[in-house]
Design a protein around this ligand. Structure first.
Ligand code: C5P
Length: 242
């Protein structure tokens, strides 16, 4: 990376609300401060692809965060539908494994070449930033979240995936093993200094994440649940300027 021109282009606002009206209110109030809007499972389940299409028609860039995890054929087909919608990025779970990741990468590349449409960046989710070592241990996984995240990032890269979603604390180790700067690292769990971490176990401030080498920052609740969402975002973007 980086194909982005301004600090705000690295900021992704998670539209984690339950109605199209609430989503549009957030889009209106954050105009000019956000590079991309993230539509996740809550909003997508409530409103369907129509809202995504409407955002795209307005000229917004959309990150479709539905974290596909299924058999290779199903995920490949879902990926093609995401590409057909015209989103800039979408997510899959790296835990779906190599065959699943390779299938979606190939199907999307083939579809986009055939239809002459822009190819979305496929991002792999490694370990959810809400999970700590003890949670993984309870799931029978006895390794540090950071180690698993790095292993899964390597696998995703080897499968041709365009980047990963990872916590700020994993970036250095991911970059160490994958020097390819075209491989994007998208960091959720961003918390401005002094705000609540909510259920995020591995959060970072915007500055920490950028210093660590994040390409994109995903921010949700600190903006969405604020009485002054624009101010919170302005503050973040100001701190991102060199
Ligand atoms: O509200 P908050 O800032 O914690 O929102 C983070 C957003 O990033 C949520 O929409 C969540 O689904 C998403 N996300 C995450 N951890 C991942 C992948 C995505 O928190 N590993």
């Amino acid at each position: 990376m980086n194909d982005e021109r301004e600090p705000k282009d690295r900021v992704i606002l998670a539209l984690d609300v339950s109605t199209a009206e609430a989503a549009w209110r957030l889009v209106e109030v954050t105009q000019g401060l956000v590079g991309m809007y993230k539509v996740g499972s809550q909003l997508f389940t409530a409103t369907g692809p129509d809202l995504v299409r409407a955002l795209l028609r307005r000229g917004e860039r959309v990150f479709l965060d539905l974290k596909f995890h299924d058999i290779p054929t199903t995920v490949a087909r879902a990926g093609v539908e995401a590409a057909r919608l015209g989103v800039s990025m979408f997510t899959i779970h790296a835990l779906g494994g190599g065959p699943m990741m390779r299938a979606v990468v190939e199907a999307v590349a083939e579809f986009c070449a055939r239809e002459a449409v822009a190819r979305p960046r496929i991002l792999a989710v490694t370990v959810l930033t809400s999970l700590g070592a003890e949670d993984l241990a309870r799931m029978g996984v006895r390794a540090e979240p950071e180690r698993i995240a790095v292993t899964l990032a390597h696998l995703a890269h080897a499968c041709g995936v365009g980047g990963v979603v990872a916590s700020a604390w994993e970036i250095a180790r991911i970059r160490e093993g994958i020097p390819d700067r075209g491989f994007a690292i998208v960091v959720p769990g961003i918390r401005p200094q002094g705000t609540s971490a909510h259920d995020q176990r591995r959060s970072a401030t915007p500055q920490e994440a950028l210093r660590a080498g994040a390409d994109y920052l995903v921010i949700g609740r600190p903006v969405v649940e604020s009485d002054r969402p624009r101010e919170v975002l302005e503050n973040i973007v100001r701190h991102l300027s060199p």
